[in-house]
Design a protein around this ligand. Structure first.
Ligand code: NDP
Length: 450
């Protein structure tokens, strides 16, 4: 059995039932095989074995009282995965599907994504199996306060700096920060994604979605192609999806779909983004309400779509942007996209594409931007927020946006150059994994056996 296969088998025994984590590990380890041959030192120094074991995993009880006076209990997590390049950095996810394996896969991905940004940040992730849907504002606040009552002792501006993810937006960051400040008696840059009124950065809210589109632009520039007039499929209707659609419109492309966990909207003449913002951001509603304004749009409820994956990928378009959640684009979806002439798939979500679908994209030679590289704009701008907090300065919107554009272009060039150096010029998965891994591995070698 090869070293990589053996390592994955061992991982399955020592970390049972963490399927998403195995998937993320396999993706990285299979890509870096040529690098391991070139640099035997990594194996001699057990870099992979050390990388697979988080430096620290914190699991804690989150008790809180609902509006009926009943005590509820959730599971809280923070995985401080790797600090070779800087303080742990990565978001918090509040969603009922969160468990130790999901947080671990997200934390593992984060290590290499953060390395790719070229900024001094390590990898971490956290969250809770808490479902914010249908909760009152007071319940959300009590939950966040209870979550932070344990987390605050583990984080700090030079230790671990969480941010948002699914279910954690600026409201939750506000409640989490308020409780941190109260317990620690310190006003410091311990969270990113903060309100601009008290230390947040311009463009942080938009950064992941904008960054995904900037990354797509880099891929297309290389093919003498452009976003102008392109029909785009988007899944999700949260932070990443909304800001990706906003930037697509700005650059002349046309988003024709979006979705939430209940169903998908397809609107051939172009998604009415102001309406989506009103339904999802202001009213916390369901996308189905879109039909009340636009009778010519189509809505497919998740219950009416029997297959795994997402019906959004069955429409005809030039580019697909999965921006909802993990494994939402299956092999069959990939086949449908290719048959319908889709030329680029650029990931906004983390690991939205199953391994079989990724393999299909790579084989077909279509442009495929893996999330680890293409959605790194969010964490990169978080680091810019940390830099502004540390220097007590504020940069304007244009300045941060320019930095974000440069970072996305550098990530693309780094992944592309590395893929070329290893003889697979169009394989950005291999390029991104090797480029990210190499930085972390070299830093670990320099820091000795820790
Ligand atoms: P949000 O919570 O703002 O939005 C998530 C969207 O995806 C919502 O429309 C939600 O629907 C939908 N969704 C969530 N789970 C499912 C599911 N199981 N099936 C179908 N739809 C689902 O999260 P973000 O936009 O911040 O995050 C989206 C993705 O991007 C995640 O994979 C996240 O890890 C990744 N990401 C986010 C970054 C950020 O800066 N926010 C940075 C890098 C990556 P509903 O409204 O019904 O809940």
């Amino acid at each position: 059995m090869s070293y990589i296969k053996e390592t994955i088998e061992k991982l399955k025994q020592t970390s049972p039932a963490q399927v998403e984590f195995y998937q993320a590990v396999e993706d990285v380890l299979e890509s870096i095989e040529p690098l391991l041959e070139e640099r035997p030192k990594y194996r001699e120094h057990s870099i992979i074995e050390r990388l697979l074991e988080p430096e620290r995993q914190i699991m804690f009880r989150v008790p809180w009282m609902d509006d009926d006076g009943k005590i509820q209990v959730n599971k809280g997590y923070r995985i401080e995965f790797n600090s070779a390049l800087g303080p742990y950095k990565g978001g918090l996810r509040f969603h009922p599907s969160v468990n130790a394996g999901i947080v671990k896969f997200l934390g593992f991905e984060q290590i290499f994504k953060n390395a790719l940004t070229g900024l001094p940040i390590g990898g971490g992730k956290g969250g809770a199996n808490f479902d914010p849907k249908g909760k009152s504002d007071a319940e959300i606040m009590r939950f966040c306060q209870s979550f932070m009552s344990e987390l605050y002792r583990h984080i700090g501006p030079h230790t671990d700096v969480p941010a948002g993810d699914i279910g954690v937006g600026s409201r939750e960051i506000g409640y989490l920060f308020g409780q941190y400040k109260r317990l620690a008696n310190r006003f410091d840059g311990v969270l990113t994604g903060k309100s601009e009124l008290w230390g947040g950065s311009q463009v942080r809210k938009e950064a992941t979605g904008y960054g995904v589109v900037y990354f797509a632009q880099c891929m297309m520039d290389d093919q003498d192609d452009s976003l102008d007039g392109k029909r785009c499929l988007i899944s999700g209707s949260g932070n990443v999806a909304i800001h990706a659609m906003e930037k697509l419109y700005e650059l002349g492309a046309k988003p024709i779909s979006c979705s939430d966990s209940s169903g998908t909207i397809y609107h051939d003449s172009g998604i009415d983004l102001d309406l989506v913002k009103r339904i999802k951001e202001e009213q916390g509603g369901r996308l189905k309400e879109y039909l009340e304004t636009h009778e010519d749009a189509e809505y497919t409820s998740k219950d009416d779509y029997p297959e795994e994956g997402h019906c959004v990928w069955r429409y005809e378009a030039d580019i697909a942007f999965p921006c909802a959640t993990q494994n939402e684009l299956t092999e069959k979806d990939a086949q449908a996209l290719l048959e319908n002439g889709c030329k680029y798939i650029v990931e906004g979500a983390n690991m939205p594409t199953t391994q079989a679908a990724v393999d299909l994209f790579i084989e077909s030679g279509v442009g495929y931007g893996p999330g680890k590289a293409s959605n790194a704009g969010g964490v990169a701008t978080s680091q810019l927020e940390m830099a502004q907090n540390a220097s007590m300065l504020r940069w304007d919107f244009e300045e941060v946006d320019e930095k974000l554009k440069d970072i996305m272009s550098n990530i693309y060039q780094d992944a592309k150059r590395t893929a070329e150096d290893f003889g697979h010029p169009s394989n950005l998965v291999l390029g991104a994994n090797i480029a990210g891994f190499r930085k972390v591995a070299d830093a670990m070698l320099e820091q000795g056996v820790v």
